[in-house]
Design a protein around this ligand. Structure first.
Ligand code: HEM
Ligand code: NAG
Ligand code: NAG
Ligand code: NAG
Length: 322
């Protein structure tokens, strides 16, 4: 007799839960259309200005979004400074003295705060910035899904364990991305952003001095010239990840790999007789496939474990929980 109210209550609960789970996982390109319609224009203006000041900044911003998303999701955690209660990710091994662009995100946030204070998250600004950076250097565009909220925490240890190493082999790279729900094909496409930007001597030294057969001898010798062999000498000297066109978004990165001219061990691993060789050669033959796969993979990466709904906060400045 009284099973009806019980069933009714359970059904309502189930519906409520199903709905809240759905909205939790759901980001939307129109998220700020009502609450801050000018946010996207403001961010684009800010990013364009930064990239025209320094073209490499496009690379740095794309990488920053990646390093945010792989550590407790795309939640702006990488932007937080060290405090007594926050172990900043900025000094984690893959980031320390390497990730850049923090002040560009902070400046974009200031512009957005002027228009609609307390509405747009730093995590979303970083995601939009990565897209605008790609466009600014001739790369693909995509629709950025929005509605991520900002974390109140960061994790240096998660940054050290979740971000891939430049010394990783193909198997480890595939597992690393698989752990984030990204396929080997996504991994190869996303690595194609090494068509932009620079790496420091200490991350490519052992490859260019390895005398191995998986590196072009002339290329190795060129890269040794500005990267002294002894650890501690010239560690921060820069070399382009794409030796042909480091400032434009194209598929030369993949062509380089086929000539054994990948700069990092993790780059060359994508074309070294393994299961991803066919993807690299496909992207080197067909730039449009690369560009469209890259865009899709960036959307997929941007979906990683967002804080939504009542979780997290909207920070006032990106570097602090405030
Ligand atoms: C597959 C595993 C990956 C490894 C092991 C890796 C590693 C690295 C390393 C070591 C650097 C040079 C950092 C330095 O010397 O300061 C670098 C630069 C860069 N990475 Fe990756 N990366 C990977 C995937 C990605 C992905 C998925 C993206 C973006 C979607 C990305 C975007 C970039 C960009 C744009 C740069 C240049 C940054 C600049 O010039 O400021 N990388 N990466
Ligand atoms: C980070 O890098 C700076 C400068 O290169 C160095 O002084 C510092 O010890 C590094 N911190 C960590 C935690 O590795
Ligand atoms: C940090 O890296 C930059 C280049 O990215 C370099 O100019 C600087 O010397 C490095 N600092 C230390 C302490 O290694
Ligand atoms: C590579 O060859 C050079 C010169 O022939 C030598 O000095 C260097 O020690 C070799 N490196 C390795 C890792 O074997």
């Amino acid at each position: 007799m009284d099973s009806f109210p019980t069933i009714a209550v359970i059904s309502i609960l189930v519906l409520f839960l199903a709905n809240s789970i759905r909205t939790e996982a759901q980001l939307s390109p129109t998220f700020y259309d009502a609450t801050c319609p000018q946010a996207l224009d403001a961010i684009r203006t800010s990013i364009r200005r930064a990239v025209s000041r320094e073209r490499r900044m496009a690379a740095s911003l794309i990488r920053l979004h990646f390093h945010d998303c792989f550590v407790q999701g795309c939640d702006g955690s990488i932007l937080l400074d060290e405090t007594p209660t926050i172990q900043s990710e900025k000094t984690a091994r893959p980031n320390n003295n390497s990730t850049r662009g923090f002040e560009v995100i902070e400046a974009a946030k200031r512009e957005v705060e002027k228009i609609c204070p307390g509405v747009v998250s730093c995590a979303d600004i970083l995601s939009v910035a990565a897209r605008d950076a790609s466009v600014a250097v001739g790369g693909p565009t995509w629709q950025v899904k929005l509605g991520r909220r900002d974390s109140t925490t960061a994790s240096r240890s998660a940054a050290e364990s979740n971000l891939p190493s430049p010394f990783a082999n193909l198997r480890d790279l595939i597992i690393n991305f698989q752990n984030k729900g990204l396929s080997a094909r996504d991994m190869v496409a996303l690595s194609g952003s090494h068509t932009l930007g620079q790496a420091q001597c200490f991350v490519f030294r052992n490859r260019v001095y390895s005398n191995g057969t998986d590196i072009d001898a002339g290329f190795a010798s060129t890269r040794r010239r500005h990267c002294p062999p002894a650890v501690g000498n010239g560690d921060s000297n820069l070399a382009p990840l794409d030796l042909v066109t480091p400032n434009s978004f194209d598929n030369n990165y993949f062509k380089n790999l086929m000539r054994k001219k990948g700069l990092l061990i993790s780059d060359q691993a994508l074309f070294s007789g393994g299961s991803t060789d066919s993807i690299v050669s496909e992207y080197s033959r067909n730039p449009r496939t690369f560009l469209s796969d890259f865009a899709s993979a960036m959307v997929k990466m941007g979906d990683l474990e967002p804080l939504t709904g009542a979780s997290g906060i909207i920070r006032r400045v990106c570097s602090a929980v405030s």
